[in-house]
Design a protein around this ligand. Sequence first.
Ligand code: ADP
Length: 378
Amino acid sequence: MADGGDGHDRAGHGASIELENLSKRYPGSAEAAVDGVNMSIRAGETVVLVGPSGCGKSTTLKMINRLIEPTGGRIRIDGEDVTGINPVRLRREVGYAIQSSGLFPHMTVAQNIGLVPRMLGWSRARTGERVEEMLHLVGLDPGEFRGRYPRRLSGGQQQRVGVARALAADPPVLLMDEPFGAVDPITRERLQDELLRLQRELRKTIVFVTHDFDEAVKLGDRIAVLRERSHIAQFDTPEAILTGPADGFVSGFVGAGAALKRLNLTQVRDIRLGACPTVAEDAPRHEILDRLRDSGAREVLLLDAHRRPVGWLREGDLARSPVRRTVRADATLRDALEAVLADRAGRVPVTGPDGAYAGVVDVGTLMDSAHALLADRT
Ligand code: ADP
């Protein structure tokens, strides 16, 4: 890898990665943890390594930046053999994001993000600018977050900072080891969406490890399904793997998530929504209570002047409770299911493009549509 002082020679868009017969045998182990992987990853693509726990995903990934030293084979980045170069230099040019973010707790957000640029000898001013830019990129307000310590961030915010840190020196390659494994499902979906958005802009070469096939389908340009010792069972696009799994091992992976993947492919607007009584939030209280009583329902949804859902008033409650969650009509059924499961009352208002009330979803509505979808399958 060319040494240009500030490590910017390969910066910007992605670099190709070649794994040639790459192997790892841990000291004292009779069997190789990774046994002769051959893989060509194109510049700018996202490749997801997926497979059961212990199959060697993480070991394979960590050999790419030589956090784990291979015991056999070669790694080439943009054609250059990096198997023997100084690993510290290699790691500065390969971004790395892991589960639970891996942030240094005694450093502020800005110090964490600026770490690699500073090590590369960037000036304080340039690093500072880069930190701001990275915080914007991952959707965090620099004024609010720059000086915070990691313990004062939510799991999702920590993960965003972890991604910002991995991208700070503008590396061509980004390695991600189950980066969203430790956050709640809703945050996880959001982080996945953000990664997709970032990647459309940045076109890095991303190698991403997960054991979640749905995550692989969502994020991967190509997916490598690995069996034990990182033997490649199939390496292809998500569509090709879903429609033509190579063998029983692969179809085991695909089949297990089939119902959920159907939910991913259907939008809330395509199903029959539930209804609940609604009333203008500024209506006189007696009118609201009449509406509640006349409807025979246990709660009424309060709408603002633009018909956006703002509160619930439950039978017997004096005060209204705010609407905490809504799902958009263009959300997937999977998103809706997650919102419903996360809602204490188990039902969530659906909103149209302008944010106006369009109906409600609850477990019953979703179950009915999921059953209908699955019954359609031949
Ligand atoms: P995965 O990421 O797919 O869960 P890993 O790459 O972590 O799998 O592990 C692959 C195999 O190597 C497993 O059998 C694991 O027990 C073994 N292994 C991982 N790390 C070490 C280590 N430091 N020492 C010895 N064996 C290890």
